[in-house]
Each structure stands twice: as C-alpha cells, then as structure tokens.
Write a protein that binds this ligand. Structure first.
Ligand code: SF4
Length: 358
C-alpha cells in the first residue's frame, strides 16, 4: 500500500462510517506538536510567517523563535486518554522539532504503553540516546526531512542554528544509526523540492538507498508562491526523478508527489464538506486542538484546550461543533486532503440500489 495514498481511509471503513454518522466518535489519528523549539530554521518551514502566508492568522505559534513545549504531565494524561478512547495512531510532528521536547523519551514510552501506533517526523539532527532509541524501535515509521544531498545545500535549506560545518553529515550518521537500531521500522526521507536543491534529487535517492532506508519521498515545497517557484525547473526536476526511480527496488521506493503542485497551486475541490478532520486531528504546542495542519494555530479554529478540558470533553463539546459548522472548503487555504475528502463525501452520500453493481 502506498504510504501516502489519499485512499488509505478505505482501509478503515468502520471507523470512517462511525465518524461520519456521529462526529463525536473519537479520532482515529492524532497529530501532536510536541515543541515549537527547533535547532534548525528551514527556509520552507510552514510555521515561519515569511515562508507561507495562508491568509489565515496563525497567531498561536511563535513562528520559528518560540521555546514552548507541550507540558509533560498534561501530554502524558492526554495520550493515555486517547488510548482509552480508541485512537489508533499518533504522529509526532512539527511546530518545531519534536525530539526537542524536554521529555521526549517519556512521551514515546507513554504512547507505547497506551497501545497506540506512532510515527515520527523529525529533522533527524538530534543525537539519540540509547533510551530514546529503544522506544524508537517501536515506531511504525520515522520520516526524516533531509532535502539535500550535500552539506552546502543542506545549510541553505535547513539553516541550522549551530553553525558547525558538519550538520548534514551528523544527520546522515543519525540516519545510519536509526537504520541499524530500528530494523523493523519503516524509515524514509522527505525531500521538499525547491529551486536551491532540485539538482540533488537523484543524488539524495542514491544516498538514502545506500543507507538502507525504505523510501525517499519528493514533493513540492509549500511556499507562498504555491509551488510556482519550481515550475521553471520542472523539466530538470522530472528528469532527476526518473533517474531516482531507476534506483527503485522492492526494498527501496521512490515516491514523487508532484500532483501536490496542482493541489496547492490550483485546488480543485469537488466536495462540499471537509470530513478528514473527523478522523485526523491536531494538538498544537499551545495545547489547543485544531481540525487540520493548515488551520492549526488559527485561534478561530480551535476546538478547545487540553489545559482546560479533557480531550473527550473537547471532542464532544459545543466549541468544536460550532467550528466544524464554520469550516467551508471553498474558503480554506489550499491543502492536500482534497482527494480524501472526495472519497469521504462519496461514502457519506446516500446509497442507492446500484452499490453492488461494481
Ligand atoms: S478542507 Fe483542507 S484546509 Fe480546510 S479544514 Fe479541511 S483539511 Fe483543513
């Protein structure tokens, strides 16, 4: 199964139907922003105000300079609650670098204890201690944002705050360690295509394959130009991707999500209601629960705060109901859930007697 398929929801039909029928059904998947602190200052970071202005006021995040982390006690209680409610998956994602949470090891252990599968999106630059590595072995997947195949391009793309010259090399060393220590985890690299790095697309694939990673994923960077800044380089980008695809084997996949260029530059929304937020929700580093990553940190879309209520109270509360009623895909910023939302709209529509005539 394609890790990034918009049709993955079809493997969870019972949960999907329950959530459509009763929006108070707990979410299948929760994405957690553990910390807004980060040791990098990536030029493409979605949370930097100058990287992409969605037209929404994301005033609840400190845009690349903050130091907040989700408070550990509340976080651990919420993870345990999610496990009891039936949430099946947690992704530890951005705001900043999740591994910069002061108690990242405890968070990983709590997720494992709650019986929830988890994935991690990280810049891979933090040296992982043995306790952390032990918990990372249980991760279903780990994706490292690499975005370069050389030290120079890495420095331009990631702008590490530590000016040492070997930042890229250290991330590669960490990737090799992860590969050795977590043999059963699906480990891959993401490569956001940008005018600075497109010439290293194929080189990066060779590097990842050499480390023994499971895949490399390419997608256009989500900047204010909505991908248009890479359009002049598309012929070279496509030829680089073809070279990368030449390295594919059964164990190493090359995944090019170039259709996302259309999703972010000219969204075609053939559905009336967004429903993905019923299944997949976000908890920000401010403790607030939001419908999706694009609307995260926009106060008007907050469902409520885990510092004030339990997750269950937020999920079945009036504030969430009112926010959901306000969500209007035709006025939302571009997002990559259009295909999934089309499927969900189809599943939510009344069936007629033709459904078995496949
Ligand atoms: S349509 Fe996209 S941006 Fe709008 S709420 Fe849904 S997922 Fe978020």
């Amino acid at each position: 199964m394609d890790r990034f398929s918009p049709y993955k929801v079809l493997h969870n039909l019972d949960s999907v139907k329950r959530s459509i029928e009763d929006p108070a059904t707990p979410p299948l998947h929760v994405q957690l922003d553990l910390s807004e602190n980060c040791n990098h200052n990536c030029i493409f970071c979605f949370f930097r105000e100058d990287a992409f202005n969605t037209g929404m006021r994301r005033k609840n995040i400190a845009k690349g300079v903050g130091r907040r982390s989700l408070k550990t006690d509340k976080l651990l209680t919420t993870i345990s609650e999610l496990g009891k409610l039936g949430t099946m998956a947690i992704t530890l994602v951005g705001g900043g670098e999740p591994m910069m949470h002061p108690h990242a090891e405890r968070v990983l252990k709590a997720i494992i204890t709650a019986g929830i599968a988890y994935g991690l999106i990280t810049n891979g630059s933090i040296r992982m201690n043995p306790i952390m590595l032990e918990s990372l072995k249980a991760a279903t997947w780990i994706r490292v944002s690499l975005d370069a195949a050389t030290e120079t391009t890495y420095a331009r793309m990631h702008q590490p705050k530590n000016p040492k010259k070997d930042n890229f090399q250290r991330t590669i060393t960490n990737l090799k360690r992860l590969r050795e220590q977590c043999p059963d985890t699906d480990i891959g690299v993401s490569f956001l295509i940008h005018p600075y790095n497109y010439k290293e697309i194929a080189h990066c694939a060779a590097l990842c394959k050499g480390i023994g990673l499971n895949y490399i994923q390419y997608k256009p960077v989500y900047t204010e130009e909505r991908g248009e800044d890479v359009i002049p380089f598309l012929p070279e980008i496509k030829s680089q991707i073809v070279r990368a695809q030449g390295l594919e084997t059964h164990d190493f996949q090359v995944i090019a999500l170039l259709a996302r260029l259309d999703d972010i530059s000219k969204p075609a929304r053939d559905y009336q209601y967004c429903r993905i937020h019923l299944l997949n929700t976000q908890i920000g580093v401010d403790g607030k629960v939001y419908p999706c990553c694009v609307l995260k940190y926009v106060e008007e879309y907050s469902f409520g705060s885990i510092y004030e209520q339990s997750f269950e109270e937020i999920w079945s509360g009036d504030q969430r109901r009112m926010v959901i009623e306000r969500i209007n895909p035709s006025t939302c910023p571009p997002c990559w859930y259009d295909r999934t939302n089309e499927v969900l709209e189809y599943l939510a529509s009344p069936h007629d007697r033709h459904e078995t005539f496949v």
